[in-house]
Design a protein. Structure first.
Length: 417
């Protein structure tokens, strides 16, 4: 199909829609989560409060005043209207999993599997991916049940150990890009499952007890708060990991798993400062110093040594789609165009002044590397003028047309990742 309605463009718009939905729902979930943690920490006892109320807070916003009271177990009478905060979490996970399918499962040859790391069939890589998410929830919730009445710091240390092991494990199976993305998905699955499997069911038990005239057991609220607190501390690392695939210095380095592990500690130090502030227990500025130190360590690790997995050497094994593009009509001309207009930046050692690594970790020096990145080249330099940036290397209109003709002549529909 010609014009903007070919499959590669349509597929790109499907990904855009899924990503946009994911970002919007994540903003809604994170916003409500941060708000309620801050609200909970700011609650105070005050004269004249209802007998069963745990605390209250006055807030001002949007030209009005809000008087908020929290019942640790439940009020003596259930209100007629009760707002549940759950769909933000569910929609975030569902849209995130849709992105995982669209980009990493359907584009496994390009983004998920690196034969130099582990030579997997697509079905094997997808099975490991899905299985690891389920395994993560099983390990996490088991630890929470074991440590529910123990020191919560001990539990957090145990959870951190699990995350470090998973960070290392993912890098032994997938591409660096996919490894960090999966660590984010692993953590996000735990967070969403906390809402779906624990927090909301516990709240429903309390509501059912109230409707039946029974006194709710306070343990359900205690367990829900434990899981909600974990979600609060995990949010910032998940955001970092979800954005990591844009930065080769994060995902394509020798110590990417250690970088990801330290990001979790940064999330703890940042959230500790905000949580302490909201609880009116002071301003532990040491947390910002610790965050800066952790960040500097991460920056050092990113180049100690630099190891761009996908760019240091020409890949010996091409995916089926890449082989199709390599044999398509006009490929030799496209190789010349890309090498002349793009490879000064997209090289293992870029020649462009001030550039020390290839943008997005994309290397376009050899024919096989160019074939592997066919879809990106088509979308970025063929039907759009996104690359080269500001057309600094003066790619001509007929050169862009040659890229378009080559890609479409492959006849694969463009859905290769």
């Amino acid at each position: 199909m010609e014009g903007i309605y070919d499959w590669a463009v349509l597929w790109e718009w499907v990904e855009i829609a899924a990503r946009w939905t994911h970002v919007i729902t994540a903003i809604a979930w994170i916003g409500s989560s941060f708000y309620f943690i801050a609200l909970d920490l700011g609650l105070r006892k005050a004269p004249g409060m209802p007998e069963l109320a745990h605390g209250e807070e006055w807030q001002v916003h949007g030209g009005g005043f809000y008087h908020i009271q929290k019942y640790l177990v439940a009020p003596d009478r259930l209100p007629e209207h009760l707002t549940w905060f759950k769909w933000e979490s569910y929609a975030t996970w569902l849209s995130g999993f849709a992105m995982l399918v669209l980009v990493y499962y359907l584009g496994a040859d390009l983004y998920l599997i690196d034969a130099n790391v582990m030579d997997l069939a697509v079905w094997q890589a997808v099975a490991i991916s899905v299985g690891s998410l389920a395994l993560g929830w099983g390990i996490y919730t088991t630890l929470c049940r074991v440590f529910v009445n123990a020191n919560q710091t001990v539990l957090m240390v145990a959870l951190f150990a699990v995350l470090v092991v998973m960070a290392w494990g993912y890098t032994q199976v997938f591409t660096g890009r996919a490894a960090l993305l999966h660590l984010g998905a692993f953590t996000a699955t735990i967070m969403s499952a906390n809402v779906f499997m624990v927090i909301i069911p516990n709240q429903k038990i309390v509501v059912a007890d109230l409707k039946a005239g029974r006194t709710p057991d306070p343990k359900y609220g205690k367990i829900a708060k434990q899981r909600s607190t974990h979600n609060n501390y995990l949010t910032l690392p998940v955001l970092f990991l979800m954005l990591s695939n844009h930065y080769p210095l994060v995902f394509a380095t020798e110590w990417n798993w250690l970088i990801a592990s330290l990001v979790f500690l940064m999330g703890v130090t940042i959230r500790h400062w905000f949580n302490t502030q909201h609880a009116r227990k002071g301003s532990p500025h040491w947390t910002w110093a610790a965050t800066v130190v952790l960040f500097l360590i991460i920056a050092w690790l990113s180049t100690a040594p630099m190891a761009l997995r996908a760019g240091e050497e020409d890949q010996a094994q091409l995916s089926g789609a890449a082989l199709t593009y390599a044999s398509a009509s006009g490929f030799e001309d496209v190789v010349g165009i890309v090498q002349g207009r793009c490879s000064m930046c997209h090289a293992a050692e870029p020649a462009w002044e001030g550039m020390y690594w290839p943008p997005k970790g994309v290397v376009l020096e050899t024919p096989s590397q160019i074939a592997q990145e066919a879809r990106r080249i088509y979308l970025q330099s063929g039907i759009s003028h996104a690359m080269p940036p500001a057309n600094l290397s003066y790619m001509e209109a007929d050169e862009r047309a040659a890229i378009v003709d080559w890609f479409r002549s492959a006849g694969t529909g463009g859905v290769d990742g």
